[in-house]
Design a protein around this ligand. Structure first.
Ligand code: BG6
Length: 488
């Protein structure tokens, strides 16, 4: 094994023939197999409604890997991987069918990990079916991922149903951003380097920017997306998670409870955005037809299956204030959108200007230092500093330079694993640190609901932006009104 050992699992995937399973889970499990991270005794049981046997499922898995992996399959690895796979036909709405699982799982040898890769409308059925069939044990776990609800109320309903069958420490709620190497690196950067631990508050930081820009549009998901919008699809989870990692106090340990409780404190300190201030603190956008990498692409309202009157946002920018001691007076600006001018996820920590400028004869103002954390693509960390340009001129000449740490250059011999690989492995290991607690999710929804309600109350259409740009001009004005500008 490549890492510390853990119990073998019966990994049961509900919705094994669905998109999430074929595109993400099977590929990530195969990659874990390739790197020898899967415990030899582990079994993977695919469950779906379609009439199929295990060889048929193995064939579908093979095709999915060929389609979604960017590399050739290694025959020896595939042989090992496929020998773990079996298939069980269950209609998830039929309670009496769950007992079939009895023949597949063995609690005396393996931990049962139930991965709910289906729409949340089926979660209640699965929980009841598993409970009634008596197939679970006290060591069983369940893994689910967003959307965990659509608002606080629906999120509570899902969590309540799950809680009837699984205790909180058996529940693993995934946000795939928490598996990303660079998000995890935030813990190392902040809490393993005194240079940052001592310079991480309102005394030294002017403001923080978090950008999650996507190139993709709606990609055949119009119905889901139109009901959801970018605020709920991306900001409620991924961006708020990044924000909590940047803003939280040092946890006492790396244990789940310490980290969860620090993150919850940040979420509780977010200043509410309500009908009163929503106009000055938020920008909603929707893309129109434009060009991506020189090719024409349709607007949001022209996508396949679109309701041409939709006022759902595909872009959102916010000014967030955190009402606590550390961050008093330090705004966090968040933006995320589809069909933007490039895939770019980054955090920019903008430090304060110096109190006094000794180079003022040549430079009226010195640009402040920045720490830029590139989450994807091109993972890395960059610090912008001013440096003297070598030379013997009478006046010192300064130039903005970068201290640049590119992960691919620095860690040439290490593979950067994807978020899913890390999280699926952690769920199999039973380590809850990188998963979301119920309280965290509900706290995030409480804050997001207030924004969503304020928008609903306003009933305004989002501002248009052409596909292939950085969003509506109003997003620039959001920062300009505070005398600031987006990075890059
Ligand atoms: C998902 C959203 O959670 O994250 C998608 O539902 C989005 O709409 C995706 O495209 C982005 O993930 P990543 O890892 O490509 O940044």
């Amino acid at each position: 094994m490549s890492s510390k050992t853990y119990n073998p699992c019966d990994l049961v995937i509900y919705g094994a023939l669905g998109d999430l399973s074929r595109r993400k889970l099977l590929t990530c499990l195969y990659r874990l197999e390739l790197s020898n991270f899967i415990e030899p005794e582990t079994c993977i049981i695919g469950i779906d409604r379609m009439e199929l046997d295990s060889p048929g499922f193995i064939e579908i898995a093979h095709k999915s890997l060929q389609e979604f992996l960017n590399t050739e399959l290694d025959e020896a690895v595939w042989k090992r991987f496929s020998s773990r796979l079996s298939y069980l036909q269950i209609d998830l709405t039929q309670m009496d069918q769950y007992s079939k699982l009895q023949d597949f799982v063995d609690h005396s040898k393996r931990v049962m990990v139930n991965y709910f890769a289906v729409s949340p409308v089926l979660f209640k059925n699965i929980c009841q079916g598993l409970d009634q069939s008596g197939v679970l044990s006290s060591t069983s776990r369940m893994v689910m991922e967003k959307p965990i609800g659509h608002d606080l109320k629906s999120s509570r309903e899902i969590n309540d149903e799950v809680a009837k069958v699984f205790k909180e420490d058996q529940v693993f709620r995934i946000d795939h951003y928490l598996g990303k190497e660079t998000v995890l690196n935030l813990l190392a950067l902040r809490f393993a380097n005194s240079i940052f631990t001592t310079n991480w508050d309102h005394n030294t930081i002017d403001h923080v920017q978090i950008t999650v820009a996507e190139e993709v549009g709606i990609e055949g998901r119009w119905e889901y997306f139109d009901h959801t919008g970018q605020l709920r699809d991306m900001l409620q989870n991924h961006l708020l998670q990044i924000l909590t990692f940047v803003a939280m106090e040092p946890p006492a340990t790396l244990e789940a409870q310490s980290i969860h409780s620090e993150k919850i404190k940040v979420l509780k300190a977010l200043r509410p955005i309500t009908a009163k201030n929503v106009k000055e603190k938020t920008v909603r956008g929707q893309y129109t037809a434009g060009y991506m990498k020189g090719k024409p692409v349709p607007g949001y309202l022209e996508e396949e299956g679109a309701n041409t009157k939709s006022i759902t946002e595909s872009f959102v920018a916010l000014r967030v204030d955190i009402d606590n001691w550390r961050w008093a007076g330090v705004p966090f600006y968040l933006r995320t959108g589809k069909r933007m001018n490039g895939k770019r996820t980054e955090i920019v920590i903008n430090f304060k200007r110096l109190p006094h400028n000794i180079f003022r004869d040549s430079y009226r103002e010195l640009p402040p230092n920045k720490l830029i954390i590139h989450l994807q693509p091109n993972e890395g960390v960059e610090i912008q500093v001013l440096n003297k340009i070598p030379g013997i001129d009478e006046n010192i000449k300064l130039q903005k330079t970068k201290l640049d740490l590119s992960f691919s250059e620095t860690f040439k011999n290490s593979r950067i694993f994807g978020g899913y690989e890390k999280l699926v492995l952690e769920a199999m290991r039973g380590n809850p640190t990188l998963f979301l607690s119920r309280e965290e999710i509900e706290q995030a929804w409480t804050w997001i609901d207030s924004i969503q309600n304020a928008w609903t109350h306003l009933l305004e259409s989002p501002i248009s932006y052409p596909a292939g740009t950085w969003g509506p001009i109003a997003s620039d004005s959001l920062l300009a009104q505070d005398g600031r500008a987006w990075e890059g």
